[in-house]
Design a protein around this ligand. Sequence first.
Ligand code: HEC
Length: 129
Amino acid sequence: MPITGRMLVFCVLLAGLSGIGFSNLGVKELVTSAKGGDPVSGREIYVNTCIRCHGIDGKGALGIKLVPSPADLTTPDVQNRLDGTLFRRIHEGKPNTAMGAWKHSLSDEEIWDVLSYVRVLGVESGGRP
Ligand code: HEC
């Protein structure tokens, strides 16, 4: 069974309760999110390609004027969606928005990596999974 973002957050919550604490929560502890995507490599990709619209914390970049504005990636609205749904969205883009189809510049593996980093952003913001 793949480890979903939801299960991951559950584990992180357990870790927090058992005294390990959120403050120690580094990206490395989250290496198994989103179908084995690697959030460390995902962060690289995010910084290079997504940050200019979605911002450093996923909540949107300051000073960007797009209609519609880039999605806040930390909201339950995004985080509650299944990995497969978000993968497809990043792969194919969203019609009639600035969100392009990344399949032309990212491999499937890279999309899983960046998606697992999007899950990290959700956890780090304290947002619900
Ligand atoms: C040129 C600006 C831009 C870039 C670069 C960009 N996005 Fe987006 N993104 C958007 C916009 C605009 C939306 C749609 C907001 C809406 O529909 O309200 C969006 C939506 C999304 C969504 C939510 C999709 C949905 O179904 O609502 C996800 C997830 C996402 N982007 C991930 C990414 C990732 C990962 C990258 C980097 C590979 C990326 N975006 C790069 C502008 C951008």
